[in-house]
Design a protein around this ligand. Structure first.
Ligand code: ME8
Length: 515
């Protein structure tokens, strides 16, 4: 089945930082794992370029919003390459393919009665571009829950999306799709807020101009969040046929909708878990399968924020690449990050310790030990195993099942744990069977061959499962095990026991140097 995974589209009023790198890396690991499994994957990311924030940042710099957007979108695209991220498309909300189609959607919402002209009185969080009702603003002490800055009083005539009309359908939807929002703690928050009752939301603005004009009433621009959410379908070519809502709605990539995963940070969950589904209901489009709202990286116990200026920024990240390598960065992001309900503290020492204890001592050391012994005792050739793997084929197959299940659940920690567990078992097996002692007794040659053949084959299989996390290093391992041609095969074949035929050259490899 074709699978689609998306990141949020990032605001261009800011430079890329650890948060953007994190979400995109999580999606990249998943996309690579799915491709490895032979699935047809579409991995989407991009930039969110309209709205008052971008307009203001541009004015402060004395450039046009489009110029600022162009500059920072190019920077985001450059960064994707530096990070080796394997996205299939990059959508920018100022592209005609997006703008034209957003207008068509909004027109359709207007025609179907889901959008109407009304007057808003309430509170506005400028940093987040989010409106709050009086009740909610009071609860927040009239301060932005994100930046802490005071909310502004707002009265405006605007077009509204009739969100309230979707209360019941949303409740039913959540009841019949219990795992729709992950993790569960986040889903409970959404359900709690849903129970308070939905109010209609303004979807246009008149106090600035940097946005997509509202079709038929161009003194209004479409609210940046409505504009932005639609990226998930405009990138798939929805309505490329000039907004005709008939026949094959997706001109190009319709097979990828609905998305398997929208991966986002927890601060934008409401838009994705409630507003987006309601918009899709109003347009009679299928729902995405899952929204995964991860938590935040924090820095040395403190919240990272633009105002505090303590975001782990690009130059810092590039410092980690230089010292530990890109794959080590990916590993830390994927296995130590805030993927579930708790925030994760980014600490240099913890990074270093994780690198040493997992990548140097396990992922690097185990293949190095095994290939070194094969070099020493079998002239660097895969020995023949008279025991046909012993208990190892079953262990590997259980690990492969656990890995695949974890990937389905976007549980990257468990997905990494499966091959790590195998490598640790190989290490323990070597310590227990002591092949270096067995080698001293010529009458035990067959036993030595079995031990090392079983280790080498298990290392190969663990390496396959580690590829989505450590693509460059595992390519090195693959080459050392003479498996270049394997890269093109699906995991179902590569995870089978016994691909390393006796006599296959196995070169010694050193993957992660101690730092
Ligand atoms: O919200 N830890 O864009 P944005 C982990 N344009 N992830 C973090 C993070 C942190 N400390 N800080 C940010 C927007 N992120 C909108 C989205 S989608 C239709 C529109 C990540 O540039 C996380 O994925 O502010 C978060 O949701 C995203 O960056 C926000 O990026």
């Amino acid at each position: 089945m074709p699978a689609c995974i998306t990141t949020p589209i990032y605001y261009v009023n800011d430079r890329p930082h650890i948060g953007h790198a994190y979400t995109t890396t999580v999606c990249d690991v998943w996309a690579r794992a799915m491709r490895l499994r032979g699935e047809d994957v579409f991995f989407l990311t991009g930039t969110d370029e309209h709205g008052v924030k971008v307009e203001k940042s541009a004015a402060a710099k004395g450039v046009t919003p489009q110029a600022l957007a162009d500059e920072n979108a190019a920077e985001f695209q450059r960064v994707l390459k530096v990070f080796g991220l394997s996205n299939d498309d990059f959508i920018r909300t100022t592209e005609p393919r997006h703008e034209k189609q957003v207008q068509a959607f909004v027109k359709r919402l207007l025609e179907s009665g889901s959008v109407y002209l009304g007057t808003f009185e309430g509170w506005y969080d400028e940093g987040q571009e989010e409106y709050y009702t009086e009740t909610k603003a009071k609860e927040l002490d009239y301060k932005s829950p994100i930046s802490g800055r005071p909310l502004a009083r707002a009265t405006e005539q605007n077009y509204y999306f009739r969100l309230s009309a979707f209360q019941q359908r949303l409740e039913q939807f959540f009841a019949s799709n219990p795992g729709f929002v992950q993790p569960t703690a986040r889903q409970n928050e959404v359900l709690g807020r849903l129970r308070e009752g939905l109010q209609d939301v303004p979807i246009t603005r008149t106090n600035f101009t940097w946005g997509i004009p509202f079709p038929g009433d161009e003194k209004h621009v479409i609210y940046v969040w409505i504009d932005a959410l639609f990226n998930y379908v405009t990138a798939l070519g929805y309505g490329d046929r000039d907004g005709a809502f008939t026949g094959d709605l997706f001109a190009r990539r319709g097979k990828y909708w609905p998305a398997q995963y929208h991966v986002i940070g927890k601060e934008i969950l409401w838009f994705h878990a409630v507003i987006w589904p309601a918009l899709l209901m109003a347009l009679e489009l299928p729902m995405p399968r899952r929204i995964h709202a991860h938590s935040f990286w924090i820095a040395d116990g403190q919240k990272m924020s633009k105002s505090m200026g303590n975001f782990v920024d690009l130059p810092t990240i590039e410092g980690y690449f230089a010292k530990y390598g890109l794959d080590a960065w990916r590993w830390y992001m994927a296995t130590q990050g805030p993927l579930q309900a708790s925030d994760a503290d980014f600490r240099a020492q913890h990074f270093h310790d994780t690198y040493t204890s997992e990548l140097v001592n396990v992922v690097g050391n185990c293949p190095s030990r095994v290939t070194a012994m094969v070099g020493k005792y079998f002239e660097g050739k895969m020995p023949a195993d008279a025991q046909q793997g012993g208990e190892w084929p079953a262990r590997c197959s259980a690990a492969a099942d656990a890995w695949a299940k974890a990937i389905d659940e976007l549980d990257l920690v468990a997905a990494a744990q499966a091959p790590m567990g195998l490598l640790r078992e190989v290490d323990a097996f070597i310590n227990r069977t002591e092949p270096f002692k067995v080698a001293k007794d010529p009458s035990r040659a067959a036993e030595l061959a079995s031990i090392l053949a079983q280790c080498a084959e298990t290392v190969r299989i663990a390496g396959v499962m580690l590829e989505p996390f450590l693509p460059a290093k595992m390519a090195e391992l693959r080459t050392a095990l003479s498996g270049e041609a394997d890269a093109a095969l699906p995991a179902s074949q590569r995870l089978q026991w016994g691909r390393l035929a006796p006599g296959t050259p196995l070169a010694k490899c050193a993957l992660f140097p101690r730092v």
